[in-house]
Design a protein. Structure first.
Length: 370
């Protein structure tokens, strides 16, 4: 209903003039265990102005200028004054799905459980989980190009090497690009070659700083390897990448917990060309061409040891893929062919850990068998 108030009236004046305190019931005062300590000893009135709740202590200071919508209801129950003993609930890490690309889908946020000790009643009550923890979810996914179109990404590990420029020449002659996961120490040793990769229009990611497994290393060591690799690649190429391929694709749950703020995505592969086995170019070519499907990520090695075989196999692999209707693109461009995955990843080049997020803990293993 519409009502008139005096100029300069406050919310308290309106309540008094309309005798609203006598129209509605006050809430109860509750003990910490929800039992009633005092009937009608709680909030006198529940009052909102334009949808915003105004506490009783603010009524006298809230002036009304006209046009406001004031909503008044029975007062709410309130708890006695009490001490809060809070316990933090840490988020757990969950890994979901399958695929060659792993990324943080949901960041972990701490929860809280509380025990209340009432000042008036003297009672102690476990209020349980008052703020649920949000578990951190790492999702594993594969690229599914729209319409199952034939896209594939060629990726090279361990470079730059003495063969890198020859590999780039092959790519140029064939009119395709690739993604190079560079080792930080190799980029430091051959910065001009690392820069040549970017200048050729290819994409760079990190293969960590050294060619050694991150699994089993402590948190500081893992973070140092990833950070040093990123810094070395940026220094050599001018590109700051947060796209990581862990050496040997060895990146476990503990590694995620230790370094999830340092990598936008951790990428393995769908097809291992097997070039590192040095079992001949023909075997390498057939391994790739006989296995490839749309959206695949192919592993190749940019090293002096594999150079001779790779330089023979690479042109044949490219020709075979093109002949079969495949478009060869960088990893980032491959992800763009999958609208759903691309939206989730947003950008492979960066990652931002929310301010309220924390590093999760390993989920407890229910399997207690020896």
């Amino acid at each position: 209903q519409e009502t008139a108030v005096r100029v300069g009236s406050t919310l308290q004046n309106l309540i008094d003039d309309q005798e609203l305190a006598d129209t509605y019931d006050a809430g109860d005062l509750l003990a910490v265990d929800d039992s009633v300590l005092t009937r009608h000893g709680g909030e006198k009135l529940s009052v909102k102005v334009d949808g915003k709740r105004i506490k009783q202590g603010k009524w006298k200071g809230r002036e009304l200028t006209g046009g406001e919508k004031v909503t008044v209801k029975d007062g709410r129950d309130t708890y006695e004054k009490h001490e809060v003993q809070a316990t933090v609930i840490e988020p757990k890490l969950k890994v979901e799905g399958t695929g060659a690309i792993e990324y943080v889908k949901t960041w972990g946020i701490q929860g809280r459980s509380e025990v209340w000790v009432g000042e008036q009643s003297g009672k102690t009550q476990d209020r349980g989980e008052v703020v649920p923890a949000t578990d951190c979810v790492v999702e594993c996914a594969s690229v599914a190009p729209k319409g199952n179109e034939k896209y594939v990404a060629l990726t090279f590990d361990e470079g730059p090497s003495g063969a890198t420029k020859q590999i780039l020449q092959v790519l140029k002659e064939k009119g395709v690009t690739a993604t190079f996961f560079l080792s930080g120490d190799a980029a430091e040793a051959s910065p001009a070659t690392a820069k040549a990769i970017v200048d050729a229009g290819c994409e760079v990611g990190s293969n960590s700083y050294r060619d050694e497994s991150l699994k089993g290393q402590d948190r500081d060591a893992v973070r140092e390897q990833i950070s040093k690799g990123t810094e070395a690649i940026k220094s050599a190429t001018g590109v700051k990448t947060m796209l990581l391929r862990a050496p040997y694709a060895a990146f476990d749950e503990q590694n995620w917990i230790d370094a999830m703020d340092l990598a936008s995505a951790v990428v393995s592969w769908n097809i291992d060309s097997g070039d590192w086995l040095l079992n001949g170019a023909d075997e390498q070519v057939s391994t790739v061409l006989d296995s490839v499907t749309p959206g695949n990520i192919v592993l190749l090695t940019d090293s002096d040891e594999c150079a001779e075989q790779t330089l023979v196999a690479l042109p044949q692999i490219i020709d075979g893929l093109i002949a079969d209707g495949y478009k060869i693109v960088t990893l980032s461009d491959l992800v763009k062919t999958d609208a759903s995955l691309s939206k989730k990843l947003n950008s492979l080049a960066k990652v931002t850990m929310p301010k309220n997020a924390v590093f999760p803990q390993l989920a407890e293993d229910d399997d207690t068998t020896d």
